[in-house]
Design a binder for this molecule. Structure first.
Ligand code: FAD
Length: 467
């Protein structure tokens, strides 16, 4: 690998990094993107958002096929060919990473494979997988090195039966009994997949609610839908995991703790992700990294060093791909001389569980904390024609309005396809729409989206009939 001189180097080729690199190249900036992986796409495409959704698709189809028996259509018990399931997931990932490689080539973005570390405010050293080193000299840099799963000190992570999300996506086998340690989105998504494929799933969460960032009323509906799928232990923590020949013996403590250690075939540790800010020798470039590994940036994604920007998981929560993408665009545009800022009114969150749980803007919890005067209106899916016709009545659409203005400031949906529906609420928030705007928007009938218009009508007090 020979030394390179470029206008912009992007360190990390996840959704933040490749979006920044492509936008910069589109604006005529000579751009190099560096990633330790062979393929572009980062965590999201390779071991995150996309492979998990490919497997969740499989899980959804299995569940729907089972439900059909109550509608008069019965399929046989599903049989699983793990190699083929894995191949399906890998083909989805491959299709997208190949697409990214093509887009990169088309834009003449140079992809350097290797591990990058700063050696100064204008130099990055990259070590290739063959051990050879090269230096990239740059005018500007964007750090987009993402995050990695958090390990816990009292857990034998070196035992191959203890897995993180990447291990879970490898699908080496289907364990008979698996513990999901952590009741956040990633753990619950993977739990959904393994349950559909036949595993018995226990979920343990230290807090008093799964998906702690979402509002209680929404999660309550989710809890109802999963009661036969997962054994959930809230307000309970794991204090030890002992690896024995016949399984992993887990000791619990807390409100719902079993009184003796429980044996599992696998333990999936999904207790959050830590930023990779400390792993790129940012200090050599003068960039400040906090003790947790986050890099502080301003609204233009600029670090404390004028020519170095940072985006994505390593600049803070929420650690989500779409946030990284938008931050990447801002950083590239600022480097190109545009006066752009990352200042969204809201960033959507979606758990692609079965059913999905999605929220955007302020939650009730946040509105209370911020002293915002608000009202809510909810439409239960049990009253939706489309939901009834689709056997999807376990759902709820909630809108949160600023009390005086009636403006939409938040919303949440639990139910099938909630993530797809959430965009309308996000747009309403960004556009400053009020309840009347949403209520007067004619939604097609019968759709699940109608529930958004109907929730607004409830707030308006103008609801006349049910679909
Ligand atoms: P990343 O995607 O983390 O990419 C960083 C890249 O930098 C990596 O490829 C890494 O190899 C590279 N890198 C790091 N350090 C160096 C170095 N020193 N030298 C060279 N390369 C380096 N988010 C969603 O929005 N929706 C979802 O549905 C979703 N599902 C997820 C499911 C799972 C199982 C996981 C784990 C995550 C999921 N996420 C999801 C989160 C999402 O993947 C991240 O928020 C997103 O990938 C962050 O993008 P990023 O650009 O910050 O960096």
């Amino acid at each position: 690998m020979s030394d390179i001189k470029t206008q912009l180097v992007v360190l990390g080729a996840g959704p933040g990094g490749y979006s920044a690199a492509f936008r910069a190249a589109d604006m005529g900036i000579d751009t190099v993107i560096v990633d330790a992986r062979e393929t572009l796409g980062g965590v999201c495409l390779n071991v995150g958002c996309i492979p998990s959704k490919a497997l969740l698709h499989v899980a959804k189809v299995i569940q729907e096929a089972k439900h059909l028996s109550s509608h008069g259509v019965t399929f046989g018990e599903p049989t699983f060919d793990l190699d083929k399931i894995r191949a399906w997931k890998d083909s989805v990932v491959g299709q997208l990473t190949k697409g990214l490689a093509g887009m990169s080539k088309m834009r003449k973005v140079k992809h350097v494979q290797g591990y990058g570390k700063f050696t100064g405010a204008n130099t990055l050293e990259v070590e290739g997988s063959d051990g050879k080193k090269s230096t990239i000299t740059f005018d500007n840099a964007i750090i987009a090195a993402g995050s990695e799963p958090v390990n816990l000190p009292f857990i034998p992570h070196d035992d191959e039966r203890v897995i993180d999300s990447t291990g879970a996506l490898e699908m080496k086998d289907i364990p008979e009994k698996m513990l999901v340690l952590g009741g956040g989105i990633i753990g619950l998504e993977m739990g959904t997949v393994y349950h559909a494929l036949g595993s018995k799933i226990d979920v343990v969460e230290f807090l008093d609610q799964l998906m702690p960032a979402a509002d209680k009323d929404i999660v309550k509906v989710y809890m109802k839908t999963i009661k036969d799928k997962f054994n959930t232990m809230l307000e309970t923590k794991v204090t030890a995991v002992e690896a024995k020949k016949d399984g992993l013996y887990v000791t619990f403590e807390g409100k719902n703790a079993p009184d003796k250690p429980v044996r599992y075939d696998r333990v999936l540790v999904a207790v959050g992700r830590k930023p990779n800010g400390s792993l790129v020798a940012a200090e050599k470039a003068g960039v400040k990294v906090d003790e947790r590994g986050f890099i502080k940036v301003d609204k233009q994604m600029r670090t404390n060093v004028q020519n170095i920007f940072a985006i994505g998981d390593l600049v803070g929560q929420p650690m989500l791909a779409h946030k990284a993408v938008h931050e990447g665009h801002v950083a590239a545009e600022v480097i190109a001389g545009k006066k752009h800022y990352f200042d969204p009114k809201c960033i959507p969150s979606v758990a692609y569980t079965e059913p999905e749980v999605a929220w955007v803007g302020l939650t009730e919890k946040e509105a209370k904390e911020q002293g915002v005067s608000f009202e809510t209106a909810s439409f239960p899916w049990a009253a939706s024609g489309r939901a009834i016709a689709s056997a999807a009545t376990d759902g709820l659409t909630k809108l949160i309005f600023e009390k005086d203005s009636g403006r939409v400031i938040g919303g949440a949906i639990i139910g099938t396809n909630a993530g797809e529906m959430l965009g309308e609420i996000g747009l309403a928030i960004e556009m400053g729409a009020d309840a009347e705007d949403v209520a007067l928007t004619i939604h097609a009938h019968p759709t699940l989206n109608e529930s958004i218009g109907l929730a607004a009508e409830i707030f308006e007090g103008s609801i006349t009939d049910m679909p």
